[in-house]
Design a protein around this ligand. Structure first.
Ligand code: HAM
Length: 431
């Protein structure tokens, strides 16, 4: 037998229903925030990621040379493609709010919440450099989790790359990219390893203390000022107050907790302003979502400056979190029928009725198994259908049928020709 490829997932129907429901919630929430859906290709030129995604992501690509000698890759993230699409259209009125739900491929070490193929809910606002756009993007990510039932189960850690750059320079680090990369590994390194690598970068140990004191703490946004030395605070008042005000705006869009965390700088190379990551409160899983402001990527990819802020939310950690909170049980199909039949002749009538029901928008399964009625009913219950109809020779002879609401147990009997009225009547009897 040939096995499944390592790091890839199979999805059976019992997972597909909740998974589709999860994607529906993403689509619905984005639409409510006035975002429009786009679709991006699964293959891009590898060069697109050489621009600014960062070394780490480049080493994780599923890339190959095609028959025409072109270096291509399965897309490891959506952002460069979305920017490519945006900058190649000059006619779009800004701000543009787009979302997409692509599959992405990364050659990462498979582990809980991380696989080599995942679907990512990706949303971005282009052409708006304000903190309102930052707040709406975080608001959309959080509202999606809230709508999935996860309010209170997660928190958002935020930081600002400009502020971080100022801190790094303040402590004598001039190689900012190396500084970010080290901070990005803060939670993965031991305290001693981190400290020695930091000291190597900044040389003066007293100065490094300022950063070491900040890292590893979650600071309430309204207390952010108190954590910085007076002079640093004065020099960076604008960035700090923008972060604080963004927090106030986000609190009007979601009840999610937002904290300042100096260790959040993000691994991708293109961020220029606010950066943020969503985590489960228990601290059990990897990030649920991550994103930030990236105002330079349009210039780098297409010589077209465009302000941008966005996030990506993968399906893998979310699935683990929903399962942990017993929220992965969205198996009831809205408006579904199981038709139980008794003998071949009854199947013809069942098909006629099923066609009418499907035309009315219902999902219908006609049981043609010839199993006993009780077995057919058991199967219907196991499939979580909303209604069952039994079609036997007697029903056909008398031109009647009985619809049973599987939730409430109520049932109504009436003429087959009055199908619509019968459905109305059984659903109005619901408790
Ligand atoms: P990212 O942090 O690389 O950002 O990924 C965002 C989210 O995608 C993560 O928080 C996680 O939920 C999910 N994710 C990433 N890698 C994996 C994996 N191997 N398996 C499962 N899930 C994964 C980006 O991708 C940016 N392009 C987001 C963005 C959009 N920034 C601005 N706009």
């Amino acid at each position: 037998m040939i096995e499944r490829v390592r790091g890839f997932r199979d999805s059976y129907p019992e997972d597909m229903l909740p998974r589709q429901k999860m994607f529906d919630v993403m689509r619905e929430t984005a639409t409510q925030f006035y975002f429009s859906q786009i679709e991006i290709p699964s293959l891009e030129y590898l060069d697109l990621y050489r621009v600014k995604s960062g070394e780490e992501l480049l080493t994780q690509t599923f890339s190959f040379t095609d028959k025409g000698g072109r270096e291509l890759t399965m897309i490891p993230e959506a952002t460069p493609s979305v920017v490519r699409m945006l900058t190649s259209r000059k006619d779009l009125k800004k701000p543009v709010k787009w979302f997409c739900l692509p599959k992405l491929w990364r050659y990462e070490e498979p582990q809980s919440g991380r696989s080599r193929e995942h679907t990512q809910f990706n949303a971005d606002i282009f052409g708006d450099s304000s903190m309102f756009a930052d707040a709406e993007i975080i608001g959309l990510a959080c509202s999606t989790l809230d709508k999935l039932g996860l309010s209170g189960k997660y928190k958002v850690r935020i930081n600002d790359r400009m502020l971080m750059e100022k801190i790094l320079r303040d402590i004598g680090i001039s190689n900012i990219a190396r500084g970010y990369s080290l901070i990005d590994h803060y939670r993965k390194l031991s305290a001693d390893d981190f400290k020695s690598q930091l000291l190597e970068l900044c040389k003066e140990s007293e100065k490094a203390d300022f950063l070491l004191q900040l890292l590893g703490k979650e600071i309430k946004l309204d207390q952010l000022d108190t954590k910085f030395p007076e002079q640093f605070k004065r020099e960076n008042e604008e960035i700090v107050s923008r972060l604080k005000n963004t927090g106030i705006l986000v609190s009007k869009l979601t009840s999610a907790e937002l904290v300042y965390d100096a260790s959040v700088v993000r691994g991708l190379g293109y961020y220029t302003g606010i950066v943020f990551e969503g985590f489960d409160r228990a601290g059990e899983f990897r990030s649920i979502f991550g994103g930030g402001r990236y105002d330079n990527l349009g210039q780098l990819i297409a010589d077209t400056p465009i302000e941008a802020v966005g996030f990506g939310m993968g399906d893998a950690v979310l699935e683990l979190l929903l399962k942990k909170n017993n929220l992965w049980n969205l198996t009831t199909r809205a408006g579904s029928f199981a038709m139980c039949t008794v003998g071949n002749e009854t199947i013809i009538t069942a098909y006629e009725l099923a066609t009418k029901l499907r035309q009315l928008g219902y999902a219908v399964n006609v049981d043609t198994s010839q199993a006993s009625l009780s077995n057919q009913l058991k199967k219907a219950a196991a499939n979580s259908v909303n209604y069952t109809i039994i079609i036997g020779p007697k029903e056909i002879k008398d031109n009647v049928l009985t619809i049973r609401d599987m939730n409430s147990g109520t049932q109504v009997t009436g003429r087959m020709d009055d199908l619509e009225k019968l459905i109305e009547s059984v659903s109005s009897k619901q408790i």
